[in-house]
Write a protein that binds this ligand. Structure first.
Ligand SMILES: Nc1ncnc2c1ncn2[C@@H]1O[C@H](COP(=O)(O)OP(=O)(O)OP(=O)(O)O)[C@@H](O)[C@H]1O
Ligand SMILES: Cc1ncc(CO)c(N)n1
Length: 267
């Protein structure tokens, strides 16, 4: 069985973070493991409290995983401090991890900040360069490229800047702000590949970013190339959104049980 690891924060409401990642990996037929960077007390309306793991504990989680069931792919999500980012970068390098997908989580859908200001520079210098692909949304890409993004042409410019600076491929997600849910994959030698998505009329988007990056990692674990992995992951998230679950008082979670599995759609 193919195996994948998520290194991320726990979401007590089960819609984002570790819980979204494990649901996604399982639904995509991959054995899921987790190294928890922080506990969050949160629900569909917001985050009320965060308790970080200690750097030493996170290091032990990663040692236990890598010395026993070696992951075929890894996804990282919420990592709130420089120290924790450094532990992850050291361990991923030391264990020669492959197929690393970094979701540079900065702010939750509800608006809560999930990373400290100084950790952003550590993320840029230590973790993002290890990634096969990073998956910023538009506000995160604005921080990483230091430019404003108002159009699909701006998305291409920003993705190129990030790719050149950090040396990794960039999947810039349009879902957040622009009208269509079109995502841009920028790879060093191939430049722009667009993944077109129709905007699904569903206000319940808690955990979309976590779900997409976990689906990509699952597909990489199975041996698909990056473009195919993104294509199937986009199909998965569209299925999970279209299933139309409506739970909670705020922006609710998606339905993984009825998400159509990525591989079976080829449009
Ligand atoms: N309403 C929608 N309809 C179709 N696809 C969507 C919709 N909203 C988001 N997506 C898709 O979901 C994926 C995640 O994108 P999004 O920009 O929402 O991530 P994010 O902002 O990082 O998520 P999060 O809110 O969990 O941090 C992308 O492929 C995006 O195109
Ligand atoms: C734990 C966690 N990770 C990521 C996000 C981003 O959606 C969130 N809301 N919570």
């Amino acid at each position: 069985m193919y195996t994948a690891l998520t290194i991320a924060g726990s979401d007590s409401s089960g819609g984002a973070g570790i819980q979204a990642d494990i649901k996604t990996m399982t639904a995509n037929g991959v054995y899921a493991m987790s190294a928890i960077t922080a506990l969050t007390a949160q629900n569909t309306t917001g985050v009320t409290s965060i308790m970080e793991a200690t750097p030493q504990f996170l290091a032990e989680e990663l040692d236990c995983i890598f010395t026993d069931i070696y992951p075929d792919a890894i996804k990282t999500g919420m990592v709130s401090s420089s120290e924790l980012i450094e532990v992850i970068a050291d361990k991923l390098t030391g264990y020669q991890a492959k197929n690393i997908v970094v979701d540079p989580v900065m702010v939750a859908t509800s608006g809560a900040r999930l990373i400290s200001e100084d950790a952003i520079s550590t993320l840029k210098s230590k973790l993002l360069p290890l990634a096969k692909v990073i998956t910023p949304n538009i506000p995160e890409a604005e921080v990483l490229s230091e430019m404003q993004i108002k159009s699909e042409a701006d998305m291409e410019k920003a993705a190129e800047i990030i790719c050149n600076r950090l040396g990794c491929s960039v999947l810039l997600k349009g879902g957040h702000q622009l009208n269509d849910a079109n995502d841009l994959l920028w790879q060093k030698n191939e430049q722009a590949t667009w993944f077109m998505g129709k905007r699904i009329d569903n206000p319940n988007t808690h955990g979309t970013g976590c779900t997409l990056s976990s689906a990509i990692a699952s597909n990489l674990a199975k041996g698909y190339d990056l473009k195919t992995s993104v294509k199937y992951a986009k199909n998965y998230i569209s299925g999970a959104l279209a299933a139309g679950l409506n739970l909670g008082k705020g922006s609710g979670p998606m339905n993984h049980a009825f998400a159509i599995k990525g591989e079976y759609i080829d449009e």
